[in-house]
Design a binder for this molecule. Structure first.
Ligand SMILES: *Cc1c(COP(=O)(O)O)cnc(C)c1O
Length: 387
């Protein structure tokens, strides 16, 4: 591809090397369990290549997966990228790879719920100490010579908390501890994780990278050195990405920046409108200048994504159901990052973060899609009137 530092051009041209072979715009979808080699020498050689970057056996990827990984590594200014079967699988691979009996992993309080559950159950069962922190002070107090990994997420799922990423990295660096970050919300368009000092960046490509709500896919970026243990873990545990999922991930990348611009614009309009509504107690969205995390967001992100959380005025279950069921443009479901708007009750048991989530006003997570922003406000207005 013609070299360009501009992400719009990169998104269109990266990861298409094999398209030339088939005289098409898109790279061919290569499905394979067996990789066949022309000679014994080539067969043997394949076992000296880097796992998940060399055609060897279907489980370690086909050219379609390699195209996506190469594109993602370049977009994220990283040496390497590892694709996994899901975003959760990516988080678990990074956590699992750094776990050792009697060592310690530090996890930010409100990270993606299932990753937290894995840390609390499996990692502890394995004998690894796991501690949770909510801010820089707690991180500084907990980090020690036994620490093998710090895992953060900005902003955190559902609670939308923000950390100073550079400070987290400074603290960890003093102890030689790698920092991993769930970068799903910001996407490679708006969040330069490695530029801020993150060693291992994790994306649920299920969300914006695919962008069409029809694929489950994870991506991990970093240097070969920093990804070495995670790569070995993925090899050991038989991690695999379906080439079909990788192909759709690549297709999603082509329009990522265009979609993000609309998500950003719409989310801002809807969030501002909601923040003025009398039945909305709070809007948790760092993009709004009134949000406590706004300054940190401005310093660390070049744009805002579509998911945010609102807290409704106190209401009973019946009127809450009436509100949710009256929405017509917002689908009711888990996940986000597709072209469509979604609504999901933010259940406290998903979070464990009871101190930030009193079960008084109902918290609701919205994902603002690509529809007309005025239509979305009208839909919310109609549903709020049912509260
Ligand atoms: C959805 C999500 C994940 C998990 O991704 P899956 O592909 O659904 O497993 C991880 N982190 C964040 C922030 C997410 O929103």
């Amino acid at each position: 591809m013609a070299k360009s530092a501009n992400i719009e051009t990169q998104l269109v041209h990266l990861g298409r090397t094999s398209a030339d072979d088939v005289l098409a715009v898109n790279p061919p979808l290569v499905r394979a369990s067996t990789t066949v080699f022309p000679t014994l020498a080539a067969f043997r050689q394949s076992y000296h290549g880097i796992a998940f970057e060399t055609a060897r056996y279907g489980r370690s990827g086909t050219n379609t997966v390699f195209e996506l990984q190469t594109a993602m590594a370049a977009l994220c200014h990283a040496e390497s990228c590892l694709a996994t079967g899901s975003g959760l699988n990516a988080l678990i691979a990074v956590l699992g790879a750094h776990a050792e009996p009697d060592k310690q992993i530090l996890v930010q309080n409100d990270v993606y719920g299932p990753a937290r559950v894995y840390a609390e159950t499996e990692l502890r069962r394995f004998g690894c100490r796991v501690s949770f922190f909510k801010d820089l002070n707690q991180l500084s107090d907990l980090i020690c010579d036994r620490t093998t990994l710090v895992l953060i997420e900005v902003p955190t799922s559902l609670t939308m908390q923000m950390l100073d990423v550079r400070q987290v990295c400074n603290i960890a660096q003093k102890f030689g501890v790698p920092v991993a970050c769930d970068s799903t919300w910001g996407t490679p368009c708006y969040f330069d994780a490695h530029g801020l000092g993150i060693d291992i960046s994790i994306h649920a490509a299920t969300k914006y990278i695919n962008g069409h709500s029809d694929v489950i896919l994870g991506l991990i970026t970093g240097s070969y050195e920093k990804l070495a243990s995670t790569r070995a873990w993925c090899s050991l545990y038989g991690t695999h990405v379906a080439p079909d999922a990788a192909w759709l991930g690549l297709r999603g990348l082509r329009t990522l920046d265009v979609r993000m611009e609309r998500h950003q614009e719409n989310a801002f309009i809807v969030a501002q409108w909601l923040s003025k509504h009398k039945l909305v107690e709070k809007v948790l969205f760092p993009v709004l200048s009134t949000d406590a995390a706004h300054l940190l967001w401005r310093q660390q992100f070049s744009g805002g994504a579509g998911p945010f959380t609102i807290e409704l005025a106190e209401c009973d279950e019946t009127s809450f159901s009436r509100f949710i069921d009256a929405l017509t443009l917002f689908g009711l479901g888990t996940s986000w990052g597709g072209f469509e708007s979604l609504v999901m009750p933010a259940l406290p048991h998903n979070l464990r973060a009871t101190e930030v989530l009193p079960d008084v006003g109902r918290r609701v997570r919205l994902h603002i899609g690509l529809e007309n922003a005025g239509d979305l406000c009208d839909d919310l207005d109609g549903a709020l009137s049912k509260l």
